[in-house]
Design a protein around this ligand. Sequence first.
Ligand code: NAD
Length: 353
Amino acid sequence: MKIAVLPGDGIGPEIIKQAVKVLKAFGLENILEYAPIGGAGFEAFKDPLPKSTLELAIAADAVLLGAVGHWKYDKLPRDMRPERGLLRIRQSLNLFANLRPAIMFSELIHASSLKAEVVSGLDILIVRELTGDIYFGEPRGIVTNQKNEREGINTMRYSESEIKRIAHVAFKTALKRSKKLCSVDKANVLETTELWREVFIETGKEYPEVELSHMYVDNAAMQLVKNPKQFDVIVTGNIFGDILSDQASMLTGSIGMLPSASLDANNKGMYEPSHGSAPDIAGQDKANPLATILSLAMMFKYTFNDQEKFNLIENAVKSVLREGFRTEDISSEGTNLIGCEEMGDKVIERLEI
Ligand code: NAD
């Protein structure tokens, strides 16, 4: 077993340090290998995804990533920017299935901007296709058109096989939960997603136990804040998933709580919090490390098939929250404000190994 650890930029190193403490508590520090990515990769090797980092990630069984990006790299050529390293590693490892759970921990009910009755008990999972769609489709670029004005071009594109493989992941995921799957598209307007819907209906015939429904993305955005508990597993394409999963994150109070897993066809995965590198709070011991720690829990569940360690980590996080410890992003009156480092320590103390 080998885990590639890629701390990245901004709060990345701080939050990764807390997840590594959990790995150490399990006696697994010997299977970790570190490498730079994003701005850190650019600083070390003039490449946001250095060759040695990619080789390590390919050789590892799983990848644990912090976050990438910083405003200071915004002026670099697009290919050198930190975010490009992230897109490249997802693509190179063929991590086409992104799983983002949005779970309302009862202890954090008041951190949500929605009414408690709307979000209490919320437990949904968004399956986002991650390596296709308008983010990767060609042609793309900014050109000068025949009227001699600038024109921006991106292409929304999905092949049948790309849709089929994410459909299988979504149906299998739904089978392990409440067997309800909602596929989100814009089939009334976009041909790409018309095909998406057709392929989902065809693939669904192989999963008769799963109740498949369809929803247009604009309605899904509305339903997610109106009545989010109607959903169990939502599956959608790359761009719709990007937006809906961030929206879902706010249902649960803070993006600092949301883990994610990006998987290939064999459940090799890259595990990272859903948030970015938060340069505004980097180096101040203010970051919430729980999304990263919960991402590590997902690694045990999905890549190492170790439900026991998943439960141990999730229960430790719940205990810490129940006792009232909070980082700033989730704090409220009457709770005990602590920093990133102490939050990591509290989780270790509550791990019932
Ligand atoms: P962000 O997610 O980094 O931050 C948004 C807001 O949430 C900020 O106020 C930040 O302080 C807060 N926040 C984020 N994570 C937090 C945590 N763990 N604890 C407490 N507060 C937290 O998004 P942004 O500000 O739009 O982007 C900052 C940089 O991150 C950019 O360079 C962007 O490109 C990059 N980014 C990277 C990823 C990734 O690595 N997966 C994802 C999104 C954005």
